[in-house]
Every structure is written in structure tokens, then in C-alpha cells.
Write a protein of this length. Structure first.
Lengths: 116, 111
């Protein structure tokens, strides 16, 4: 039962370092979404990608954050020059295909980023 | 609207009782709604979904009700068990396929 895989599960970085978060979608899923969650809050959309394309990045900060979903390999969420405010849980979700905007998204276990 | 709560509302129920968790959504154009369960330290787990052309859908021990007139969604859990303890989020899906999550409700089940 290979669901969405994320690694690392926990990541500690010092201010100014780079953080790379990886997401492997469910096998056969070509759509990946990244969300961020602060403690005691709901998930906030960041970016939506299909293979080799960014479809919607309206929730992602313009600076320091980038995402990719290459033809081969996992999706990567990259945060450059991390600051303490980047500390959060980052979740990846995947879905097989969009069909009238009603496809279910399945979530991974998340990466908990702590910035010291 | 977007989730901005600092403290999650909490619902406490006794084991065996029924639970009802409510959610208000903001966009009348949303056409797909999902309930997720999130246990501590884990990712959201899909529970049940409903499309806007329906007003009720049942799963195993769970029922989702949709009232489009007042933009309200509810999750009913029958015979609540200790394993149901978690935070429950409703989510709405808008054009562009991103999910918009509600604030969340913490469900505590007591023996």
C-alpha cells in the first residue's frame, strides 16, 4: 500500500540554510500539491504541480520558495535562506487526475521543519 | 474563508455516543467537499467526500450532510470510539483544484 511518501520526516535547519523537502506521490498520480500547516491551524495551499509544470503557485511566497516536479523522481519543495517563521509542517498530497475539479487528494505524513 | 484560528474548538463525547462536527464554507462556487481526520503528528486522512449535487452521503459509521443554502457541512460519526479522537477538517475545492481547509475541530472521546 504505497501511499504518498515524504522525506525527511523531521528537518532541522539554522537560519540562512536551505531546506529541501521531497515528496513521492502515489504510484500513477501525476498531480502533486504542497500545503503548509502551523500548530493548531488548518492546512494552507502553497503550490500545485503536474509533471514538469507548475499549475498554480498562488500560495507560495515569491521569494526563497520554489517547487518542482520533474519527469523522473520526486517533487521537491525548496526553501532557501530559511527563517524562523518557516518552521511548520509541510504536507504533500497527490491525486490521479483532475476531472471537473472533484478529484480526491491523498496526503503524505508531512515534513516537520524546525528553524533554529 | 481561510483558516486563521489560534485555538481549535473542541468537541468532547462519551464512547458510544454519536458525534456531530460542523463546518461553514465560504464560496458558493465550491462544488466538492471533503472531510479529513488528522491524528497528532500525522498527515490528513481522507474520511468521506460529497459533491454539490448531493445533500447527504453515507460511509461506514460516518455521514456527511451538505446544506448549500446556508453553506454548511456536517460530519456525523455514529457510535464514537476512542480511535476517533483526532482533529477533523472540512475542505472545499474550488476552481484550480486547490483545497481550502476550515479551522478544524478537535474530537475527544472519553471512555
Amino acid at each position: 500500500n504505497a501511499g504518498v511518501m515524504q522525506n525527511p520526516r523531521h528537518l532541522v535547519r539554522r537560519r540562512g540554510q536551505e531546506a529541501r523537502l521531497r515528496c513521492s506521490p502515489v504510484k500513477g498520480h501525476s498531480h502533486v500539491y504542497w500545503y503548509r500547516q502551523l500548530p493548531e491551524e488548518g492546512l494552507k495551499f502553497m503550490v500545485y504541480l503536474q509533471k514538469e509544470n507548475i499549475i498554480d503557485e498562488s500560495g507560495m511566497p515569491k521569494e526563497r520558495f520554489s517547487a518542482e516536479f520533474p519527469k523522473e523522481g520526486p517533487s521537491i519543495l525548496r526553501i532557501q535562506q530559511v527563517v524562523r517563521g518557516d518552521s511548520a509542517a509541510y504536507f504533500c498530497a497527490s491525486s490521479p487526475m483532475t476531472s471537473g475539479g472533484s478529484d480526491t487528494q491523498y496526503f503524505g505524513p508531512g515534513t516537520r521543519l524546525t528553524v533554529l | 474563508g481561510e483558516s486563521v484560528g489560534l485555538h481549535l474548538p473542541t468537541l468532547s463525547v462519551q464512547e458510544g455516543d454519536n458525534s456531530i462536527i460542523n463546518c461553514a464554507y465560504s464560496n458558493s462556487a465550491s462544488d466538492y467537499f471533503i472531510w479529513y481526520k488528522q491524528e497528532s503528528g500525522k498527515g490528513p486522512q481522507f474520511i468521506i467526500d460529497i459533491r454539490s449535487n448531493m445533500d447527504k452521503r453515507q460511509g461506514q459509521r460516518v455521514t456527511v450532510l451538505l446544506n448549500k443554502t446556508v453553506k454548511h457541512l456536517s460530519l456525523q460519526i455514529a457510535a464514537t470510539q476512542p480511535g476517533d479522537s483526532a482533529v477533523y477538517f472540512c475542505a472545499e475545492k474550488r476552481w484550480g483544484d486547490k483545497l481550502i481547509f476550515g479551522t478544524g475541530t478537535r474530537l475527544q472521546v472519553f471512555p
